[in-house]
Design a protein around this ligand. Structure first.
Ligand code: SF4
Ligand code: SF4
Length: 278
């Protein structure tokens, strides 16, 4: 236990050092063209699946169930990962399509390959979702194509949109991921189509809920009309973040992350996505 606390303490110190260096030299780590950032992204891409497996086993371990050790894990690593290193931003289907339409098409702008989370743990959680849903964009595309030429293929923008629409109908939440996100830096590298069962960022979000783990807030949040809600629970079932609950036979929103899956799946059209005050 003492050794673990020392290692977690060391990791927290490294995280703080990176944050301080970033504050003083923002372009060093956060610039779209920063060589250091791109090198870090390459290293992440190379070991991503292995890293996700480590996360999975850590989330399953007793350490994630004990308040003190879970909090240490969060402060030492998960907070930095989620808020900066690999920062997710969940959106509704319309919002993500709009986002993609604004990206330059170019040569080899988009590529698709197997979802890294489903590759890492899909078989352990009986994930029923399609595998080829990991869409790399911007600085991610050349890196993932170069490292995994047999797994990733270049696709046109239309096909990227088609994959996301198909996934959305199957209950997958589209999340735009940024690398080394600080003070509004873009650094987009992937659009993931995340599920409740196997998506490690979402599993991590649920594990670290007591620590109030955050993604970049989605542009919209869900609002329920209690007059229309019939309490069927379909929205509760589809929310991958487990941020919906039935109270007194009506659905309530807790801390909406903005994916819009509940609104899409409500048979009564009782849920509206409204713009979030940011
Ligand atoms: S899916 Fe719609 S009707 Fe069913 S509980 Fe949710 S808000 Fe109510
Ligand atoms: S409450 Fe609805 S929109 Fe918000 S995160 Fe859950 S499913 Fe997505």
């Amino acid at each position: 236990m003492r050794q673990m606390r020392i290692s977690l303490g060391m990791m927290a110190t490294v995280n703080r050092a990176v944050s301080l260096m970033t504050l003083h030299n923002p372009e060093l780590f956060t610039g779209e063209e920063s060589g250091l950032r791109l090198l870090m992204l390459k290293i992440y891409a190379r070991f991503e699946v292995q890293l996700l497996k480590v996360f999975w086993f850590t989330f399953q371990s007793p350490l994630a169930k004990i308040n003190v050790t879970r909090k240490l894990m969060y402060l030492a690593l998960a907070k930095f990962m989620a808020e900066h290193a690999i920062a997710g931003n969940y959106m509704t289907l319309d919002e993500v399509v709009d986002f993609i339409n604004k990206l330059p098409e170019g040569n080899s702008a988009f590529a698709v390959g197997p979802c890294r989370c489903r590759l890492a743990i899909g078989h352990r959680v009986s994930c029923p979702h399609p595998l080829e849903t990991d869409i790399v964009i911007a600085s991610g595309t050349p890196i993932w194509l170069a490292l995994f030429p047999k797994d990733y293929r270049v696709i046109p923008k239309d096909e990227a949109i088609h994959i996301i629409k198909d996934g959305y109908e199957k209950g997958l939440a589209p999340g735009v991921f940024r690398h080394m996100y600080y003070k509004g830096s873009t650094n987009y590298f992937a659009i993931c189509n995340c599920c409740k069962e196997a998506c490690l960022p979402i599993i991590g979000y649920r594990v670290f809920k007591p620590e109030k783990m955050k993604f970049i807030p989605g542009p919209s949040r869900a609002v329920v009309d209690p007059e229309l809600c019939q309490g069927c629970g379909a929205c509760v079932k589809v929310c991958p973040f487990e941020e919906r609950v039935l109270v007194g036979g009506r659905s309530h929103t807790i801390n909406c992350q903005g994916c819009g899956l509940c609104a899409f799946n409500c048979p009564q059209k009782a849920i509206t996505m409204v713009k979030r005050a940011l």
